[in-house]
Design a protein around this ligand. Sequence first.
Ligand code: ZN
Length: 168
Amino acid sequence: MPADSEPSPQAVRNPALLGRVPNEELPKTEAEWRKRLTEQQYRVTRQKATDRAFTGEYTDTETPGTYRCICCGEPLFRSGEKFHSGCGWPSFTAPIDGVKGDTIAEHEDRSHFMIRTEVTCRRCGSHLGHVFNDGPPPTGLRYCINSSSITLDPEKPGGGDRPGADGR
Ligand SMILES: [Zn+2]
C-alpha cells in the first residue's frame, strides 16, 4: 500500500470514511455509534440535530465526487446533483439513485411547529436532513443535508477507478 493512502486516525476510528461498511460490522448500540463518530456527527445523525447554517464542511464544496453516509459508508449523493442553494447547507436536487430510489428514506417531521419531510439513510437510519419543494429543475426538490452526515470521496482523475462504471 502506498504511504500516501494510509488511513488517518479518524478513519481507523470510523471505517465508513474508507468505504461501505459491511452489514455485520455496523454498530448495534448507541454506545458503539458514539465511539465511531465525532460529537457533532453523533448529535446530527443519531439524535437529529442540525449543523449550524454555513458552518458545515461541504456547504460550498464543488469537488467532483460521491458523498457517502458518515455512519455506514453507503453512497447517497453525487456532486453532479449538488447546487448552490444559498441556504447554508449542502443541497442536492436528487439522491444518487433518483428521487424514487431506495437509498434515502423519507419521514414526516412535525418538530419545531412545522411539517417537514425528514430524510434518512435507509440502510442505517442516520438522520441526513430534510427535503423541500423549492429546488431547481429537473426535480424541483432541495435535499438539504448536514455536512456532518456525509463524507466526500473525491473523484480520482484518470487513475485507479473502474472505467465507465458511472453509466453516463
Ligand atoms: Zn447510512
